[in-house]
Write a protein of this length. Structure first.
Length: 185
C-alpha cells in the first residue's frame, strides 16, 4: 500500500506533456501482465484474465519482428504508464473484414497505471504517438483509425481531443464500438 501512495503522490506533480516512447521489450512482459490485470484495463481492453505466459505468446511475435505490429510503452519522466501499438490495416485481412477499410493504420492503447487515468496523459500519449512513432513509421499512410466501445466515454473523449472524428459504428467481439479517424497532421 505504501508504494501505491507514493506513486499517486509522484503522479500529482507530473505534467502530461512529458511523454516519451520506447519499443516494448520481452523484459516488459511482467509489467504488461500486471497492467492487463488491472480493473480499469480489464473493463475495455483485456476482458479475460491473462497470464505472463499468455502475454509472451501474444506480444512476443511483434517484439521479435515476426509480425508487422509495432508496440511501445509511453513513459513520463522515465516511468512507463501506458501501452500503445499500431499496424497497417492491410497487413491484417481479418481486421479489414471487421472494419471494412483497407487504408491507413489502426492504433490501440491503454493506460496501465491507474494513477495516470483522467489526467491528460492519454491525450498526450495518443497525440505524441501519432506524431512521433506511428505516422513516421508508416510514411505512406495518411489516415489513422481508432475504435472504442461506446461505453468507454473516457477513451472516446481522449481520441476526440487529439483530433479523431467519429466515422461509424462497428461491432468487435460482440461489443458496440465507435470507429474514429484522423488524418496525418
Amino acid at each position: 500500500m505504501r508504494q501505491r501512495l507514493r506513486l499517486e503522490t509522484k503522479v500529482d506533480h507530473l505534467a502530461p506533456g512529458e511523454v516519451e516512447f520506447r519499443p516494448l521489450a520481452a523484459s516488459d512482459f511482467p509489467t504488461l501482465t500486471a497492467w492487463l490485470l488491472q480493473p480499469h484495463v480489464r473493463r475495455f481492453y483485456q476482458k479475460k484474465p491473462i497470464t505472463l505466459e499468455e502475454v509472451a505468446l501474444e506480444y512476443g511475435p511483434p517484439v521479435r519482428g515476426e509480425e508487422p505490429t509495432i508496440c511501445h510503452l509511453a513513459l513520463s519522466s522515465g516511468v512507463p504508464f501506458a501501452y500503445l501499438q499500431c499496424y497497417r490495416n492491410a497487413d491484417y485481412p481479418e481486421w479489414v473484414a471487421i472494419i471494412e477499410l483497407e487504408d491507413g493504420i489502426s492504433v490501440d492503447l491503454f493506460i496501465g497505471d491507474a494513477g495516470y487515468v483522467g489526467r491528460g496523459f492519454g491525450r498526450a500519449a495518443l497525440g505524441g504517438y501519432l506524431r512521433q512513432v506511428a505516422f513516421p513509421h508508416y510514411t505512406f499512410e495518411t489516415r489513422a483509425y481508432i475504435g472504442h466501445e461506446l461505453t468507454n466515454k473516457v477513451a472516446l473523449r481522449c481520441s476526440l481531443a487529439v483530433g479523431f472524428l467519429p466515422l461509424r459504428p462497428f461491432v468487435e467481439d460482440g461489443s458496440s464500438c465507435c470507429w474514429q479517424s484522423s488524418d496525418r497532421h
